[in-house]
Design a protein around this ligand. Structure first.
Ligand code: NAG
Ligand code: NAG
Ligand code: NAG
Ligand code: NAG
Ligand code: NAG
Ligand code: NAG
Length: 458
């Protein structure tokens, strides 16, 4: 084989200047020529072997991709073809990388963040930078330049706000409901502030039909929607209101229209989040008030009688009805959310409870692929947080502020929730195909790596 590696016979090559040149001949050329023949034979044999193995592997994998009707595992891009009893695992699972970006000038939690051009607009929120670290509700609107990390103060809001829903439509940002009080018993507001992005100016819009704190909102097909949130006694809400900004007349602003009960969310939810993807609004996670048969709500109300939701609902603006979608992998309330290109949604951080205390900040990040109705676990945040928000700017996702885990004490009467973060993280991901490994778990009762409504429905 040494001969093969040294080359069989002398050849010639063309110089860069076009003249031909003989290669230096090996001394024992005649004895080498037979060796060269053997080499050719070995090369051909090896190539044939590789081709046969590749062909077999090719047949095998093509068969597996097209027809996952067999007992172990398959790669598929069509989750609808995955048979009963199989788990699915996205090839994008765990991908992505968070790195620290320039921190905000002020701590902010329970704020709103919107992407406009290369900027992220940071709206209101709660800051803990008052005297002696006291909390104050911000009326500041800041523009964060994602290229330089510099911040510019924009027109001040008409009043301080946090725990509101927001949406952007046709160059205007709508800040809906929320509250202006940093006290634990802050009540819901019905006010709406509208920001003109190009004019850098604020105005009040029509009031909501009912006050809402911690609602969610989004805009789709020329209309703004606000839904969910909590009422005056912190019951979670399922009702939906709609605003058509084009209905404004010179004498009257556009008015909020409460939609009928047939348009209610299936699950009432406060501290929920929403985004629009194409022509659909997704209402994601949040916290639901419920009557716990096993525990008294008079004890620790929020631990005993509220539950964090994994559930997701999709709103069709034509029929004005919601339909269920795949659950998130993790239940969470008060998290960051953003719509991504390609019909995807990213959620990061959020609040969860452990049955004894709530206000546990989360690291977990998930991405939803609308076309496949599936949630995929992605690289976690470097620092756990809830009441954070995300913006997709310049091809990256930025996570702004939020709050860290509270003291390990029951949260009733505790004011550690008034802590806010200044940190910002930027998320980098690689493009990955919509390709899934479908596999039969060795033990059917083993937990699924990811869930899909399609799979669970079967
Ligand atoms: C800050 O705390 C100190 C010590 O408790 C107190 O003396 C002071 O009055 C506080 N300042 C404000 C503005 O609350
Ligand atoms: C933000 O902080 C930086 C550095 O401290 C400062 O130069 C800048 O003026 C601040 N920007 C605003 C809008 O406060
Ligand atoms: C928004 O601002 C732009 C630019 O100043 C202005 O031309 C426009 O009239 C404003 N729109 C409203 C509804 O105020
Ligand atoms: C708030 O919601 C709760 C739970 O649905 C309900 O019991 C309560 O009457 C509502 N309060 C108000 C003021 O609407
Ligand atoms: C109440 O307790 C029963 C029995 O332990 C349990 O099956 C049920 O899931 C509990 N319900 C709730 C809402 O926790
Ligand atoms: C499958 O897993 C469950 C829970 O992990 C266990 O109880 C059960 O014995 C396992 N079954 C087999 C056949 O290993």
């Amino acid at each position: 084989m040494g001969d093969c590696l040294n080359g069989g016979k002398a050849g010639s090559f063309t110089n860069l200047d076009g003249t031909e040149q003989k290669m230096m001949s090996a001394p024992a050329q005649t004895t080498r020529s037979r060796g060269a023949g053997v080499c050719w034979f070995l090369y051909l044999g090896l190539l044939t072997c590789i081709a046969v193995v590749a062909f077999i592997l090719g047949c095998y994998s093509v068969d597996r991709v097209r027809n996952p009707d067999y007992p172990e595992s398959a790669l598929t891009s069509n989750l609808g073809s995955v048979p009963d009893g199989y788990s699915v695992f996205s090839l994008g699972t765990g991908l992505g990388y968070w790195s620290q970006a320039t921190a905000m000038n002020h701590s902010r939690s329970d704020h709103g963040v919107l992407a406009v051009g290369k900027y992220a607009y940071l709206i209101g929120g709660l800051s803990d930078e008052g005297p002696n670290g006291t909390a104050s509700v911000l009326d500041s609107l800041m523009r964060y330049d994602t290229e330089t990390g510099t911040m510019t103060e924009m027109a001040t809001m008409l009043a301080p706000r946090y725990r509101f829903a927001y949406a952007v439509l046709d160059g205007f940002i709508y800040v809906m409901g929320g509250t202006d009080s940093a006290s634990a018993d802050a009540g819901p507001l019905d006010t709406v502030m509208v920001y003109n992005i190009s004019g850098d100016s604020w105005a009040y819009g029509d009031k909501l039909a009912r006050p809402r704190i911690d609602p969610c909102g989004a805009a789709v097909q020329g209309k703004v929607y606000v839904f969910g949130g909590y009422n005056e006694s912190f019951g979670s809400l399922a009702t939906v209101e709609e605003l058509d900004p084009t209905a404004a007349t010179p004498t009257s602003p556009a008015l909020w229209v409460p939609l009928p009960p047939s348009s209610n969310l299936a699950v009432s939810r406060g501290d929920c989040r929403a985004v629009a993807v194409d022509t659909t609004i997704y209402a994601v996670g949040g916290t639901e008030y419920y009557i716990n048969p096993n525990k008294s709500c008079d004890g620790d109300l929020w631990v005993n009688c509220y539950r964090f939701l994994r559930s997701v609902e999709a709103f069709n603006p034509l029929t004005k009805t919601w339909s269920p979608r795949a659950n998130m992998v993790n239940a969470r309330g008060d998290f960051g959310i953003e719509a991504l290109p390609g019909g995807r949604i990213i959620v990061a951080g959020g609040e969860r409870g452990n049955g004894v205390v709530n206000q546990q900040a989360m690291y977990e990040v998930e991405e939803y692929v609308a076309a496949d109705d599936i949630w995929i676990t992605k690289a976690p945040l470097p620092e756990a947080r809830f009441r954070d928000d995300l913006a997709f700017v310049n091809g990256r996702v930025y996570a702004f502020g939020g709050a860290p885990t509270c003291d390990q004490t029951p949260d009733s009467g505790d004011d550690c929730y008034r802590v806010a973060l200044r940190t910002v993280f930027a998320y980098f991901d690689v493009q990955y195909p919509r390709l899934y490994a479908a596999y039969k778990p060795a033990n059917e009762s083993a937990p699924r790596a990811v869930t899909s409504r399609r799979l669970l429905r079967r």
